[in-house]
Design a protein around this ligand. Structure first.
Ligand code: PBG
Length: 332
C-alpha cells in the first residue's frame, strides 16, 4: 500500500493529539491578572449611556460605576483605567484637568475609599478637557505646544496622585513629560505613584469609537494628531520612545493600538525586558463586536484568542474593553 514510504522524522501532531499533552506543552496562558479594564465615567448621578460604536460598553456616573468596580474586583481584575466624559469646565487652557474637585479626582477618591485593593489608573492628557479635542495646548497656528502642555500635565499628575490614583498613564505623547511628571511626584513625596507610559502610541484611526465615547470626536472634527502621535509606519522610533520614557522614570510601558502592532510589543519586550502592556483599543473592540453581532465570528473563542495573542507577543497585561467578559469566562 505505501510503496517507498516516507516516515516523518518528527510528528508534531503526536503532541497535539491529546488534551493532556496540549496542556503540557502550552507556552502562554491568559489569566485574569493580565487584564486592565478601561471605564468611561460621567458627571452627575443615576446616569448610564450606551456607546453606540462600542456595543456592550457604557458611560456611567460614579454611583453606577461603583457596581462595575465591585464586579471587576470580585472577578480578580487588578486595575481599572478611568476615562472621563467632561461636560462642564471645558476650555482651551485645560485647567479642568487639574481641578481637585473635578470628575476624575472625585471618582478616584471614592473608588479608593470603597475598594482600596483595586488598582486605579488615570489617563494624563488634555483631550477630554479641551474644546478643540487635542491632547495639549495649541499655539496660533494650531500646533500642539510641547513644554507648555507638559506643565499642565504635571499639574494633572499631582492632582490625580493627591486624589489617590495608583498609576498614572500619560497618553499625550509630549516629549519629556515622563521626566517632568516623575520629578514633580518625587518632589511632592508621591514616591509610590506608578507611571504606565503610553510610550509607543501611534496616530491610529482605530481610536475613532473612543473619541465618540469621551465626546472629543465632534470637537476634533477633521483635525488629526500626527504632530505628536507616532507614524504607523515606524518601529525603530518606538524603541527610542520607550528608551526615553524608561530613562525618565516610567515603571511600565505601553504599546497602542494592540493587535495591528503585535510586532512592536515583541520588539519592545525583547529589547527592554520591562513590564510591557498593550491597549486593545476601541476600534479593535468595535471590529470584533460587529462581527460577533452578525454571527460572523464566534464571540468567546475570538475574544480569548485575541487576548492570548498579546501574551504570545510578550505583553504582561492588556487594557481591554473585554476585561469583564474575559474574566467571567476565565472563572468558569
Ligand atoms: C487620548 C486617548 C485616546 C485613547 C486613550 N487615550 C484617543 C486619542 O489619542 O485620540 C484611545 C483609546 C481607545 O481607542 O480605546 N489621550
Amino acid at each position: 500500500m505505501f510503496a517507498n514510504r516516507y516516515f516523518p522524522a518528527t510528528r508534531l501532531r503526536r503532541m497535539r493529539r491529546d488534551d493532556f499533552s496540549r496542556r503540557l506543552m502550552r507556552e502562554n496562558v491568559l489569566t485574569t491578572n493580565d487584564l486592565i479594564y478601561p471605564v468611561f465615567v460621567l458627571e452627575g448621578e443615576g446616569r448610564e449611556q450606551a456607546v453606540t460604536s462600542m456595543p456592550g460598553v457604557v458611560r456611567q456616573s460614579l454611583d453606577k460605576l461603583l457596581f462595575t468596580a465591585e464586579d471587576a474586583l470580585q472577578l480578580g481584575i487588578p486595575m481599572l483605567s478611568i476615562f472621563p466624559v467632561i461636560e462642564t469646565g471645558k476650555d482651551n487652557s485645560g485647567k479642568e484637568a487639574y481641578n481637585p474637585d473635578g470628575l476624575v479626582p472625585t471618582v478616584v477618591r471614592e473608588l479608593k475609599a470603597r475598594f482600596p485593593e483595586l488598582g486605579i489608573m488615570t489617563d494624563l492628557a488634555l483631550d477630554p478637557y479641551t474644546i478643540h479635542g487635542q491632547d495639549g495646548l495649541l499655539d496660533d497656528s494650531g500646533y500642539v505646544l510641547n513644554d507648555e502642555t507638559t506643565e499642565v500635565l504635571v499639574q494633572q499628575a499631582l492632582c490625580h496622585a493627591e486624589a489617590g490614583a495608583d498609576v498614572l498613564g500619560p497618553s499625550d505623547m509630549m516629549d519629556g513629560r515622563i521626566g517632568a511628571i516623575r520629578s514633580a511626584l518625587e518632589e511632592d513625596g508621591y514616591i509610590h505613584t506608578k507611571i504606565l507610559a503610553y510610550s509607543a502610541k501611534y496616530a491610529s484611526a482605530f481610536y475613532g469609537p473612543f473619541r465618540d465615547a469621551v465626546g472629543s470626536a465632534a470637537n476634533l472634527g477633521k483635525a488629526d494628531k500626527y504632530t505628536y502621535q507616532m507614524d504607523p509606519a515606524n518601529l525603530d522610533e518606538a524603541i527610542q520612545e520607550v528608551a526615553m520614557d524608561l530613562e525618565e522614570g516610567a515603571d511600565m510601558v505601553m504599546i497602542k493600538p494592540g493587535m495591528p502592532y503585535l510586532d512592536v510589543i515583541r520588539r519592545i519586550k525583547d529589547t527592554f525586558k520591562v513590564p510591557t502592556y498593550a491597549y486593545q483599543v476601541s476600534g479593535e473592540y468595535a471590529m470584533l463586536k460587529a462581527a460577533f453581532q452578525n454571527g460572523w465570528l464566534d464571540e468567546e473563542k475570538c475574544m480569548m484568542e485575541s487576548l492570548l495573542a498579546f501574551k504570545r507577543a510578550g505583553a504582561d497585561g492588556i487594557l481591554t474593553y473585554f476585561a469583564l467578559d474575559a474574566a467571567r469566562l476565565l472563572r468558569r
